[in-house]
Every structure is written in structure tokens, then in C-alpha cells.
Design a protein around this ligand. Structure first.
Ligand code: ZN
Ligand code: ZN
Ligand code: FE
Length: 756
């Protein structure tokens, strides 16, 4: 009888995810002889058997891979047969490690069953895990991914755990975080001074939550603050202590049935919620729901997740409809994840701390997703997804890209893979810059990447740009902000060649020194040309105009009415005192501290303030988010007038007619929601119109949509369907955020391609 032998090489996330035991079992199923081992590049197999069985074995490797595995390539070649008997797992071969590390993952169905099985030795044990589940990225201290290089090194395995760990037929074979109540980490409940609270930690923690208290909970990637989401007083107290006036709090619910009591969930959202990554998904609120109104005021959505760790299952099951689970930080600081530091920073907020002694080595905030056209649209890509790689359009030299200023994320590339870091936060102080430096060092270490070039934003004053300038010996490539946005969307869609980028966001340093943000860019990774933009207006007071949308109202109206703007009978203008009126006017007349901007975000802010959504914001993007919620209440396809002017091959989108009409509608007391909706329709229509004009002269038919404004679903849908209807090929983000959290990917590819 014929016997075949093949050598198979597998790359991707194939180590630390139960891959070798899976191969071992598969070999048994198909009567295959040979061996499997981990090497530097991933997994190597030699398999020998009847030809049909060998083919079936090869097919099933991809078809039935374990849940946490992510195979990026399988190659096989025929070699001489050796007449081997049996199948073995061989010891790992050394060498440079190119294998990829798995992200952190929620408890699997098997472990969950054991967690609630009174006869299991891990009954109610909050640190249960196996090769198919548990913490990964957050506990790794170095490579290779092995117990001594995780924060589990401090816990020697007991005999029972070791037997499971060493048995290839066991679900816990080489599960590095394996532990049990006899040998593993333990739960504790402490107060702000670190003093242990007597009694069972879980029971006492639940008692606190039920009584309306605030509990800090140590999770996978950092501390959360937990509060009963249906308790109005508790939620109000959390807002007061956290100094967070309006930004929505995330919720965690025990299961999908509980979520359905307060939010609307479709099939795709259910699948994303229940996936092992356990992200926060934005879901429309149910009209009548038991959640305290202060959880997400003036917002049409709840950010909801399912339990992401065994401890969360223990807290939620049979206890609450939902808990608030908000990042353990004071507004805008990085998430707290080291025990002493967390207690120090959260001592004024939390009543008690539910802690444990398994150290978190790398922080990871919760990921946040919104579903758009059946695909995930990331608002934040962090825990559960990091450090999964993004495939780049081509192999390039190794780049470190340091991102922008807000929602900082760094990216390291190796060959044709981009590795995005966890969400680091707004890079406005030394603490976040330090987190960025740690993220870079950690990724370089565990991925064994030595970058050859560093890419950064063109803005010279961003802390990330200053950091890049200080990296000795690395050539620097500055990348224009919106070019980076466009490139990130092209890269994740594998596009090459000339593309039109519609990039709408808040703030980005332009080539001409003005602030860009409503841009139509034509080009590729190497070069681009600005061929259209929103008409620029001054921002009175610079950054102050970002925090106070009312200033933008005055600027846009000044652009139309000049000094006569204060004659308009608009409620929002009535808020401006005489002194401020004269001050803003002087700034606008003389251009004092009023940089020019073509930002789409500022236009949204201004319209939001005009219709009375708000004149001041307490978190980034708030005015636009609330304007979108208002617009969703109306149903109209009507648009406002606008015009497009052509100057030097560069088209200017002029929205003055629209704003004039908005003023008229406000004075005619049209419903605010209708005005908000018409505004969204108009921006989408105008953007489509401008793309068509660019296509007329350049013939470009491929469009990418990027920039923070595309977090707005109404706007994104409007532009997407407008362009599709006109026959454009339209690409959006699915793997990295359209906001500045995706910027580093674009920077990395621009710098990598320029040096190819
Ligand atoms: Zn498991
Ligand atoms: Zn044990
Ligand atoms: Fe941006």
C-alpha cells in the first residue's frame, strides 16, 4: 500500500493555544504517524500515512483549528517516508521567535461549565483557564511564551495541575496560566489602605454592590469600577467621585437575555458580544429600560459587554441585570493596572477593592465596537485583539509608528505584518508618554522586532513626534495626519495604487500649517495631493474652540454675516455675554490666536451648538455624538444647499448656504431633530458630489473612508451608500479604528513603502 509523508509548516497564532495537542488528536483520528513541534516560525509537522488520510489530515488542520488559533499560512511539501510508528509531540526547537502571541480571551465553554460544577476541583475558582481560554498578552513578560515568562511564574503548579499540564490528551496541556485553588492566585477584598476585609471576598463584594457601593475590580487588563447600573443613587455617586459629568459608562450584563432587557441586539452584534474577545459593543437603547438614566445621558446607545473573565461571571451570574464596568481611572488618564498604583489613584472613588495576586504585566483597556454594514467598526481596538497582527499590502522594512496625540496606539511591523499596541490614551502628559514607551519596549521584546525607521505625525509638538525625534540612530519619516488615516484604510483593505481618500476628522496638522480635517486626498502610500477640502474658517482661541463649540458657531456665522452675526435671533447666541461677543469679534477680525481649520469635526460641533445640543463639551466628540443621536429621531431625505468652488485644481466645499438655511430653520422653529438629520444628509450628499467631480477629472473610482467622523454611523452610512449608488468602489475600516487609534498603521505603511 502507498504511504505518503509530508512536512507541514504553519504560521500565525499557533503557540499557547492548544495547537500541538490538537494536532496530536487529529493524527490519531486519521491514523497518521510522525511528530509535531513548536519552532521559531510557528509549528512544524511531519505526517506519514495513506495518501487519502494524509490529505484529510492536512485539510482538517485549517478546518478544525482550536478557537484561539489564527493561522496565517500553511505550506506543505512531500518528503521521503520513514516508516515511523506512532505520533509524538517533540520538544520545542529554539531560534528567533516569529510565532505570534494570542490576545487575552474570555473563559471557554468547557471551563465555564467546570466553574459552576460543584463537583469540579475548580468550582467557583476565578482563575480557571485552559489552552482554549484565559489571559495571554496581559501576563506575558518575555519570550518564548512559557510559564517562566508570564506573571504565573510566581505560582508553582501542584501535582494535579502539573499532571494536566503534561498530558497531551488533556485540555490543559501546556496551558501556561493553568492553576487551581491549591496552587494558583487567590482573590482578596481590601480597603483603600490595603487592609483585608474579613469574610469571603466575593460574597462581601457582592454585598457592597447590592447596597449601592462602588467596587474596584481587578480584571484581565486593568481595574474596572463596578456599580449596580440600575441603582440611580449609586450611578450618581460614581459620576460625582469620578468627576465624569456626562461621558457614557460601559455596562456588563450576565448574558444576552439580560442585555435584551435594556438594549436592541441583532445577530451580528450578538456574535461579536459573545466572541472570545469580549469587546464593548454599542447597542441602541430599548425605549423602556431599567438602567439608570445617568449611565449614558443624551446618548441613543449603551456600550455593553458580556463577562470577560471567570471573576466577572461569578460577579454577574444571578445577581444583576447589568453592572457599570468603567475603566478604573480619573477621566482621560490611562487605566490603572498595578495594585499599589490602582489603590492610590482610585482611593477617592472606590469603597472597596476586589483584587488578586496574579500580576497584570501589560494593561489593556476594553475594546469598543460599533457594527457597520455587518462588520465590526472599531472605536477602540485593545483587549482581546492585541497583539493580533494586521496583514500589510506588501513585505516592507521594519517600522515603528508612534501615532498621533489622541487615542494613542503604536504600530510595529515585521515583514508583511503590522502589530498594533493596546490603546494607550490621550498623549497629553508624562504618564501617558511613559505608557507609550513601555508599550513600544514590550512589543519590541515579545515580537523581537528592531525597527529600522520611525514614523510620526507631521505635527512637531505632539509628544509622540518629540519622542520619535529622540530615538537615536533611527531615520524619521514624518507623515501627514490625513494621509496616514487614508493609508491605514487602504492598508487593511490590501489596496495599492491610486485611491481617493475621504478623510473627515477633528484635527490634523496640514501641509500648509493650517489645521486640516475635511479632506479629499488623491494618491497612494508614497505621495498624495489635496484635491478638495471644506472651506476653512478661524478657530477663535485655538484648542479652546474645540472645548467650546459655541466659538465655532460664531466663527462660521461671522464667515456669512460679518459683524451683523449678533443681530441673529439664535438661542445659543443669547448665552454669549457682551464682553465675549466683542472679544470673539476682535479675534476673528484680526485673526488673533485663531488658526484656520477645514475640520469636519468643527462643523459638526458648530451645528450641534446651533440646534442647542450643547455649547461646551466635557469629552472629545461629545457634541457630534449627541447631534447624531438627535438626527436619528427624525426621518427625512431632504438636504440643504451648498456649493463647490474650484481654485487651483483644489475644490472647496462651501457650506455657508447650508448654515444660512439652518439659521432660517431655527428661526422658523423647525424641529431640531429634522435640522440635525438634514445636516447629516447634506454633508453626505456634498461629499459624494465632490468625489464625482474629482472622478470627472482624474478617473479615480476607488474611495477609502477614514477619520474620526466615520465613527458617526449616520454620516458613514450616508456617504457609503451615496458613493456606492454612483458606482464608486468604497472601502471602510474593519480591523483598526477610523479615528486616531488607527493612525499608526497608516504611518507605518507610508514609511515602509517610501523606503522599499
Ligand atoms: Zn478553557
Ligand atoms: Zn493546582
Ligand atoms: Fe485624526
Amino acid at each position: 500500500m502507498a504511504i505518503n509523508r509530508i512536512r507541514i509548516e504553519i504560521e500565525g497564532i499557533v503557540q499557547g493555544v492548544g495547537f500541538r495537542p490538537f494536532i496530536f488528536r487529529l493524527a490519531g483520528t486519521h491514523a497518521i504517524n510522525g511528530w509535531v513541534l513548536n519552532n521559531s516560525g510557528g509549528v512544524i509537522i511531519e505526517a506519514e500515512g495513506e495518501p487519502a488520510k494524509v490529505s484529510a489530515f492536512l485539510r482538517d488542520i485549517s478546518a478544525e483549528a482550536p478557537p484561539l488559533a489564527a493561522i496565517t499560512s500553511v505550506s506543505s511539501e512531500k518528503i521521503a517516508s520513514q516508516g515511523e510508528r506512532g505520533f509524538v509531540i517533540r520538544p520545542s526547537a529554539g531560534g528567533t521567535n516569529k510565532a505570534q502571541i494570542s490576545p487575552d480571551c474570555d473563559v471557554c465553554a468547557d471551563c465555564l461549565r467546570e466553574l459552576f460544577d460543584p463537583n469540579d476541583r475548580r468550582y467557583l475558582y476565578p482563575f480557571i483557564n485552559c489552552t482554549n481560554c484565559g489571559p495571554r498578552y496581559s501576563i506575558i513578560t518575555g519570550i518564548p511564551y512559557d510559564r517562566p515568562f508570564t506573571t504565573m511564574a510566581a505560582f508553582p503548579m501542584c501535582d494535579a495541575c502539573r499532571a494536566e499540564y503534561e498530558n497531551p490528551a488533556d485540555r490543559r496541556f501546556h496551558a501556561q496560566p493553568v492553576a487551581c485553588p491549591d496552587c494558583g492566585p487567590r482573590l482578596g477584598l481590601v480597603d483603600a489602605k490595603g487592609e483585608t476585609v474579613s469574610g469571603d471576598p466575593l460574597r462581601e463584594a457582592l454585598r457592597l454592590l447590592t447596597a449601592g457601593g462602588i467596587l474596584a475590580v481587578k480584571g484581565i487588563g486593568g481595574y474596572h469600577l463596578a456599580v449596580d447600573a440600575c441603582n440611580d443613587d449609586a450611578v450618581r455617586e460614581l459620576r460625582r467621585r469620578k468627576q465624569r459629568d456626562e461621558k457614557p459608562f460601559a455596562l456588563m450584563a450576565p448574558d444576552l437575555q439580560a442585555i435584551a432587557r435594556f438594549a436592541c441586539v441583532d445577530d451580528i452584534e450578538q456574535r461579536i458580544l459573545a466572541g472570545p474577545e469580549r469587546p464593548i459593543v454599542l447597542l441602541p437603547k430599548q425605549d423602556c429600560n431599567p438602567i439608570a438614566p445617568l449611565v449614558a445621558p443624551a446618548n441613543g446607545y449603551f456600550g455593553v459587554m458580556l463577562p470577560g473573565a471567570p471573576l466577572h461571571h461569578l460577579l454577574l451570574r444571578n445577581n444583576f441585570i447589568a453592572l457599570i464596568m468603567t475603566s478604573g481611572n480619573i477621566s482621560d488618564e490611562p487605566i490603572a493596572f498595578r495594585d499599589d498604583e490602582a489603590r492610590e489613584r482610585l482611593k477617592e472613588i472606590a469603597d472597596l477593592f476586589l483584587v488578586h495576586n496574579r500580576e497584570i504585566h501589560t494593561s489593556a483597556d476594553d475594546s469598543v465596537i460599533r457594527v457597520f454594514h455587518g462588520n465590526p467598526l472599531f472605536l477602540r481596538r485593545s483587549r482581546g485583539y492585541v497583539p493580533r497582527s494586521v496583514k500589510l499590502p506588501a513585505t516592507q522594512r521594519s517600522v515603528l509608528a508612534v501615532g498621533g496625540e489622541l487615542k494613542a496606539v503604536v504600530c510595529l511591523t515585521r515583514e508583511d505584518r503590522g502589530f498594533m499596541s493596546q490603546h494607550i490614551g490621550d498623549l497629553k502628559n508624562a504618564a501617558t508618554l511613559h505608557s507609550l514607551e513601555e508599550a513600544v519596549a514590550h512589543l519590541e521584546r515579545i515580537l523581537e522586532i528592531k525597527p529600522e525607521v520611525v514614523a510620526h505625525d507631521l505635527h512637531p509638538d505632539y509628544l509622540s513626534s518629540i519622542y520619535a525625534a529622540g530615538l537615536e540612530g533611527l531615520p524619521q519619516v514624518p507623515v501627514q495626519h490625513h494621509h496616514a488615516h487614508m493609508a491605514s484604510c487602504m492598508a487593511e483593505n490590501g489596496l495599492e495604487g491610486e485611491t481617493l481618500g475621504v478623510v473627515f476628522d477633528g484635527t490634523g496638522y496640514g501641509l500648509d500649517g493650517t489645521i486640516w480635517g475635511g479632506e479629499f486626498l488623491l494618491g497612494d502610500y508614497r505621495a498624495f495631493r489635496r484635491c478638495g477640502h471644506f472651506r476653512a474658517v478661524p478657530m477663535p482661541g485655538g484648542d479652546a474652540a474645540v472645548k467650546e463649540p459655541l466659538r465655532m458657531v460664531i466663527s462660521y456665522l461671522y464667515d456669512i454675516y460679518g459683524n451683523a452675526l449678533y443681530d441673529l435671533q439664535l438661542p445659543c447666541l443669547a448665552e454669549v455675554g457682551e464682553r465675549d461677543r466683542q472679544l470673539y469679534l476682535k479675534m476673528l477680525e484680526r485673526g488673533i490666536n485663531s488658526p484656520l481649520t477645514s475640520s469636519c469635526g468643527r462643523l459638526f460641533d458648530a451645528v450641534a451648538a446651533m440646534v442647542g445640543v450643547r455649547s461646551r463639551i466635557s469629552y472629545e466628540g461629545q457634541a457630534a455624538i449627541e447631534l447624531e443621536a438627535l438626527a436619528e429621531e427624525a426621518d427625512t431625505n431632504a438636504i440643504y444647499p451648498y456649493s463647490i468652488a474650484t481654485a487651483d485644481d483644489n475644490m472647496v466645499l462651501d457650506m455657508r448656504h447650508m448654515l444660512h438655511s439652518v439659521v432660517d430653520d431655527l428661526q422658523a422653529e423647525e424641529p431640531r431633530s429634522v435640522i440635525a438629520r438634514r445636516f447629516h444628509n447634506t454633508v453626505a450628499h456634498a461629499a459624494t458630489d465632490l468625489c464625482e467631480k474629482i472622478r470627472e477629472t482624474n478617473g479615480v473610482n476607488r474611495v477609502v473612508l477614514s477619520g474620526g467622523s466615520f465613527q458617526n454611523k449616520l454620516l458613514a452610512e450616508g456617504i457609503f451608500s451615496g458613493l456606492s449608488d454612483k458606482g464608486f468602489e468604497v472601502f471602510t475600516h474593519r480591523l483598526v479604528p477610523p479615528n486616531d487609534g488607527g493612525l499608526a498603521l497608516g504611518q507605518a505603511v507610508v514609511a515602509g513603502m517610501q523606503n522599499r
